[in-house]
Write a protein that binds this ligand. Structure first.
Ligand SMILES: C[S@@+](CC[C@H](N)C(=O)[O-])C[C@H]1O[C@@H](n2cnc3c(N)ncnc32)[C@H](O)[C@@H]1O
Length: 254
């Protein structure tokens, strides 16, 4: 039986607030991603894959813009997927799958999606997996479809300035968090752990992301690496769609 939670909208809102602490221009990047999607569908509602989509943030924004869009959220986090399912209900398909396993595409149509969008997620995967993943993503896109990955991807032409930009953002956030005015990643997860409705999902999550172990790699290659990797995977066009400080959204066109 599908487990829904009652107050999914409130969890969704607090997730957004927490993420915005780390990514103040989060909504701008989503808007830039959806503007790019609009260019490949000629006004038709898009078929979207929200990859490592967590609570379904990108699907929700896509459906707000195109109510008849077809959205699929894919992630492996049982807590975030419960929030996604409870918020999206029958407006989207929600799939649990591990992107480290090449079988993640098996339940998806091939060559069908107009867009595969992902944000703040693929730095959780190791380099050797990421290059193969790009080829797998190409396989689920239709010709002319776009893959857009927004993440921390510094500009390698300004390495020292990038470090200073990052340090400034970290210092600002830490000041807000120690003043108690901001919700941190850890603080958000502590609240989830205190919530009875998530007890089963937390137990499942602890098997996937064991507590105390880091969830992501420290490997954050520049946008130029991503562009080259997309070209090598077979995307016909690849480049930087959006940039905000050390973050960027890189796009590949099938
Ligand atoms: C910081 S969250 C971002 C979620 C969402 N894209 C957003 O912007 O709100 C990173 C997401 O990547 C997912 N993720 C990381 N590694 C994954 C993997 N191997 N398979 C599936 N999802 C993964 C996590 O479960 C988490 O939901």
């Amino acid at each position: 039986m599908t487990a829904y939670i009652d107050n999914a909208g409130a969890w969704q809102a607090s997730w957004d607030r927490q993420q915005e602490e780390y990514l103040p221009d989060r909504e701008q990047r989503f808007a830039a991603m959806l503007d790019a999607v609009a260019t490949v569908t000629d006004g038709r509602p898009p078929r979207l894959l929200d990859l490592a989509g967590g609570t379904g943030t990108i699907s929700l924004r896509t459906l707000a813009r195109w109510p008849d869009a077809t959205a699929t959220v894919l992630d492996q986090d049982p807590v975030l997927l419960t929030i996604a399912r409870s918020t999206l209900r029958d407006r989207a398909t929600v799939i649990a799958a591990d992107l480290n396993d090449p079988a993640w595409t098996t339940s998806l149509p091939r060559g069908d999606y107009d867009a595969v969008l992902t944000a703040t997620a693929l730095h959780w995967l190791p380099e050797q997996r990421l290059t193969t993943l790009f080829e797998e993503i190409l396989g689920v896109l239709r010709p002319g479809g776009v893959f857009i990955n927004a993440d921390q991807m510094p500009d390698d032409a300004i390495p020292e300035l990038s470090k200073r930009l990052l340090a400034r953002e970290d210092a600002r956030r830490e000041a807000r968090q120690s003043a108690g005015t901001a919700l941190s990643w850890q603080g958000w997860w502590d609240r989830v752990r205190e919530t009875e409705a998530f007890r089963t999902q937390i137990a499942e999550r602890d098997l996937i992301y064991p507590p105390g172990r880091t969830t992501h790699t420290e490997w954050l290659p520049p946008a130029s690496w991503h562009v080259e990797a997309l070209r090598a995977a077979g995307f016909t066009e690849a480049g930087t769609l959006w940039r905000g400080g050390v973050d960027a959204a890189v796009v590949g066109v099938r």
